[in-house]
Design a protein around this ligand. Structure first.
Ligand code: TYD
Length: 360
């Protein structure tokens, strides 16, 4: 029997992890700890409350996904990010320490798995603005589309150089997790993943926001020239990686997760427009005129690209979907679940968001 707490299980990536674990491991007890940021705050969760939960439920594993994750929000409100991402993580670590150290077996058979982002590594250079297909990415199964725009990747050993308040807060939480291993011997693991896309992503992020706007013929705000490069992974592939690493990853290790799938924003946007148009029965590309170039994001990182060779070689994980397939699935899901989108974009959330962060 395993008793596992998943934090952020109602969030985008977390919900996919909960679904995978519940279906695949019926013998596990999964406790979802969520509603902690929009409705409350992870930092407000007193150590002692979480300690009590761990004790009552005999928790032996924690998969910590709960986090504030939107860079634009972090630029407007950095304090919330420090509170939720740094203090929230520290609260969990401290409670886990108190509980596990109170047991006769201590840390034996326990695991604190912290989910982080590639953004902690800073930004990579754009050495090849036109893109090349480098020979060194042959480990990726999605081999056709990973044009590389630079000579380097983020490796597990890359120095932390966060630029945004968001990535600074994630870097801070990563450091605390590693410190709990190094200081107290807690069995921790950290993973850093590239940009995710797929069903249930909050429509403040590029792909769901643009799908929704295209549907409603609203402008598509492209920051700067749309030339920034992101490395995209289908969320279910991330959830599968989390499963593999939670069960087979080595304690105290870091694993990068990514599918060698670099895209310039503007190229992704064109794929999304064509896909939405086609699925809505519009002329393919008719909505290209919605593209609107707007003022660039402050401190906008030029390029992210993850090298996930370690994970692929040591634990045998591979991404399963080609990007076009993933985008097609994703667009279809948002078009079929308009109600889910409308609830978020028109309801109380929007009012709350405006109050907190002002009208965008
Ligand atoms: P986002 O989904 O916010 O993820 P992240 O900033 O964590 O990578 O943004 C992805 C890319 O898209 C990023 O380079 C910023 C850009 N972007 C836009 O051009 N317009 C938008 O409205 C948004 C939300 C993002």
């Amino acid at each position: 029997m395993k008793n596992i707490v998943i934090t952020g299980g109602a969030g985008f990536i977390g919900s996919h992890v909960v679904r995978l674990f519940v279906n695949k491991y019926p013998e596990y007890k999964i406790i979802n700890l969520d509603k902690l940021t929009y409705a409350g705050n992870l930092a407000n969760l007193k150590d002692i409350e979480f300690y009590k939960l761990m004790q009552d439920e005999h928790v032996d594993g924690i998969i910590h996904l709960a986090a504030e994750s939107h860079v634009d929000r972090s630029i407007k409100d950095p304090f919330t990010f420090a509170k939720t991402n740094v203090m929230g993580t520290l609260s969990l670590l401290q409670a886990a320490k108190l509980y596990w150290e109170s047991l006769p077996e201590k840390y034996e058979g326990k695991r604190f798995y912290h989910i982080s982002t590639d953004e902690v590594y800073g930004a990579l250079k754009m050495n090849h603005p036109e893109g090349i297909t480098p020979p060194f990415t042959t480990t990726a199964s999605s081999s056709e589309h990973h044009l590389a725009y630079g000579d380097d990747f983020f490796y597990e050993t890359t120095k932390y150089t966060p630029h945004s308040p968001y990535s600074a807060s994630k870097a801070g939480s990563d450091h605390f997790v590693r410190a709990f291993h190094d200081t107290y011997g807690m069995p921790t693991i950290v993973t850093n993943c590239s940009n995710n896309y797929g069903p249930y992503q909050f429509p403040e992020k590029l792909i769901p926001l643009f799908i929704n706007n295209i549907r409603h013929k609203k402008p598509l705000p492209v920051y700067g020239k749309g030339e920034n490069v992101r490395d995209w992974l289908f969320v279910e592939d991330h959830a599968r990686a989390i499963d593999v690493i939670f069960h087979n990853g080595k304690v105290a290790e870091t694993y990068n997760i990514g599918g060698f799938n670099e895209w310039k924003n503007i190229d992704i946007i064109k794929v999304v427009i064509k896909t939405v148009d086609r699925l809505l029965g519009r002329a393919e590309g008719e909505d290209m005129n919605l593209i609107t170039y707007v003022t660039d994001r402050l401190g906008h990182d030029a390029r992210y690209a993850i090298d996930s060779t370690k994970l692929q070689k040591e634990l045998g994980w591979e991404p399963s979907l080609q990007f076009e397939e993933g985008i097609e699935k994703t667009v279809r899901w948002y078009l079929d679940n308009q109600e889910w989108l409308d609830n978020i974009t028109s309801g109380d959330y929007e009012k709350y968001y405006e109050k907190m962060y002002g009208n965008r």
